[in-house]
Write a protein of this length. Structure first.
Length: 435
């Protein structure tokens, strides 16, 4: 009888008595009366007391869990074991298959599984950051390696390449991500050890975090605004700088500001409602109901918005890119203006938050108002981790927050020209400008 076909195996049915369908070379399909189909192999191993070879049967497994092709490969592996003088076991039949599967399970493939498992917990920005860091730092060196081939020295070489270019903090973050991938692999049965787990102690310590440079004296801060607004650039850039100084929001919150977020600009209580999805935090924080950050607007802030309306009021974004109106202003625009005005490494856009906190807390202390500290924290969106307390605090102390916003605006823009003065001014210096 010739070799079996897949169709013959599928068509094999139970009969009154069990029977065999031979595939040749000692392999056959054993069919039970009730229709069970099992792959078996006859072989000879060892000798009886009489000296005759002992006939034995090895059960490979059941069909369809093990197909015809897999059964043949298992038979060949069993014969190879016999040729080496050892009796085959069931583990021998599929060890090679498992080894091949392990070789195919590379670091990059397992990292992709891990990333998908974590995405529901992360914001889109954080997910992109993790993916890019792995693509740039890890995959070129170990992405194609099977997990079993990656040991601690291999991971350490990857991390030290990052350290040697001066990015120590990046190396620590990368180690944490590689370790998390191996922890996931251990839980899934793909690996047994985490080679990155203890390497944090070998890396150079993280450098102390440098605070964002900021001018925190009110008189010098007012001079900063004067210096920046004396520069020649687009009017929206100058007004964006003035608005971030007045509101102390994060730069990203300013860049993405949309006209639809501003309420009651002609009323007594104008408000900027920044959606929770645009606020700093994880995906859960961004998805919270009633999680918007409420920014009461002083009259000086409203004046800036009204001055901008003829320029960008017909667009969704308050501060669009000069080249692409559907994209927000570049994150480097305000930083570049500060540098041109002479404030390199002295003040950055984020520094207005430090300035507001320092100056207003000192102002509250000098005027015997210690309770203002909590209000100032709310104005900076420094809210508790507790969700219930966070939901309560978002709208808390709104009258006092509005009063402090107006006090800050009066201190910061005292005797300063109105925002409309920047409309129609030259955007660039002529060639005869002296430096």
């Amino acid at each position: 009888m010739g070799r079996l076909s897949d169709a013959q195996v599928r068509a094999a049915k139970g009969r009154d008595k069990a029977y065999k369908l031979s595939d040749g070379e000692q392999l056959y399909l054993y069919v039970t009366p009730v229709g069970g189909r099992h792959w078996r192999m006859n072989y000879q191993f060892g000798r009886a007391a009489s000296g005759r070879l002992v006939q034995k049967t090895l059960t490979i497994g059941s069909y369809p869990a093990i197909g015809l092709k897999d059964a043949r490969e298992a038979r060949d592996r069993a014969k190879a074991v016999l040729a080496r003088g050892r009796e085959p076991t069931h583990a021998d039949l599929f060890e090679a298959a498992r080894s091949e599967e392990a070789r195919q399970r590379t670091f990059e493939k397992v990292a992709a599984e891990w990333l998908e498992s974590q995405r529901p917990r992360w914001s889109a920005v954080h997910a992109d950051d993790v993916v890019i860091s792995l693509q740039n730092e890890a995959y070129p060196a170990i992405g194609g390696l099977p997990l079993g081939d990656i040991d601690a020295p291999t991971v350490l070489r990857v991390l030290m390449d990052v350290v040697n270019r001066g990015a120590i903090e990046t190396a620590h973050r990368l180690r944490q991500r590689i370790s998390s991938i191996f922890v996931y692999a251990i839980a899934m049965g793909y690996a047994t050890v985490d080679p990155a787990g203890g390497l944090g102690q070998i890396l150079p310590p993280k450098p102390k975090t440098k605070s964002q440079p900021a001018v925190t004296d009110i008189h010098k801060l007012r001079q900063l605004l004067v210096d920046c607004e004396a520069e020649r650039c687009r009017a929206p850039t100058k007004l964006a700088l003035r608005l971030i100084a007045l509101t102390a929001v994060r730069p990203g919150e300013l860049h993405g500001a949309r006209w639809s977020e501003f309420e009651n600009l002609d009323g007594a209580e104008p408000l900027w409602r920044i959606p929770a999805a645009r606020m700093k935090g994880d995906k859960g924080r961004k998805a919270e109901a009633d999680g918007d950050h409420l920014v009461p607007l002083a009259p000086q802030s409203v004046a800036i918005l009204k001055a901008l309306m003829p320029l960008t009021g017909h667009l969704p974004l308050v501060f669009p890119s000069d080249r692409h109106s559907h994209r927000p202003m570049s994150e480097n625009t305000l930083r570049a203006l500060l540098i041109r005005a002479g404030y390199y490494q002295r003040h950055v856009p984020h520094g207005f938050r430090s300035a507001f906190s320092t100056i207003m807390n000192e102002h509250a202390h000098a005027n015997g108002r210690p309770g203002d500290r909590a209000v100032i924290d709310l104005m900076l969106a420094h809210v508790p981790q507790n969700k219930v307390e966070r939901a309560y605090n978002r709208a808390a102390y709104m009258p006092r927050r509005r009063e402090l916003a107006c006090e800050w605006a009066d201190m910061l823009t005292k005797d300063m020209w109105p925002p409309e003065i920047h409309m129609g001014q030259p955007m660039r210096w002529g060639h005869d400008r002296t430096t």
